[in-house]
Design a binder for this molecule. Structure first.
Ligand code: FES
Length: 164
């Protein structure tokens, strides 16, 4: 990684910490370890938040157990860090265990997010619950029109190249 990138990341981390994101939330947001798709996913589900941001979740299952999970997120750092935390939390859990994950559990893992970003945690949790409910009720995923970032939100994630 070159110095310019390192400086940009450090300055992003500092800005996030100053706005109230906890260290784990910042790490999830910067690393985006579970961002992307699973080509042979057993279930895919998508949700649009009241803010207009969008999440798509991919689940890989072995019977009732989640063996892999990824999210694609067009949204803010709160949305991205919440989605990454959930993807990590649900690996190895059964569907019924994963269904019990709520906003408070995710908040505790992230340690802190600004209060105006609590709805972003809700969006990530609701996307998970929707996916599990759909899978258990044999509802298959129907892709919506591909979203462009400027359709999804008014944040500046794209211009800062924060969305993968
Ligand atoms: Fe829309 Fe965070 S999910 S502002």
């Amino acid at each position: 990684m070159n110095n310019i990138n390192t400086e940009a990341i450090e300055s992003e981390k500092k800005a996030l910490a100053e706005t109230g994101y906890g260290a784990p939330a910042i790490k999830y947001f910067i690393e985006k370890q579970y961002m992307g798709d699973i080509p042979d996913a057993d279930h895919i589900s998508e949700m649009v938040g009241t803010c207009g941001d969008t999440m798509k979740i991919y689940l890989k299952l072995d019977n009732e157990t989640i063996t892999d999970a990824k999210y694609q997120v067009l949204g803010c750092p709160g949305a991205i860090s919440s989605a990454m935390a959930i993807a990590e939390m649900i690996k190895g859990k059964t569907l019924s265990e994963a269904k019990k994950i709520n906003d408070g559990h995710v908040f505790n893992v992230l340690e802190n997010v600004p209060s105006k970003k609590h709805h972003c945690i809700q969006l990530a949790v609701k996307t998970l619950h929707k996916a599990i409910n759909e899978f258990q009720n044999n509802v298959t995923y129907e892709a919506s029109e591909p979203l462009q970032c400027d359709q999804a939100c008014n944040n500046d994630c794209c211009s800062k190249n924060l969305i993968k």
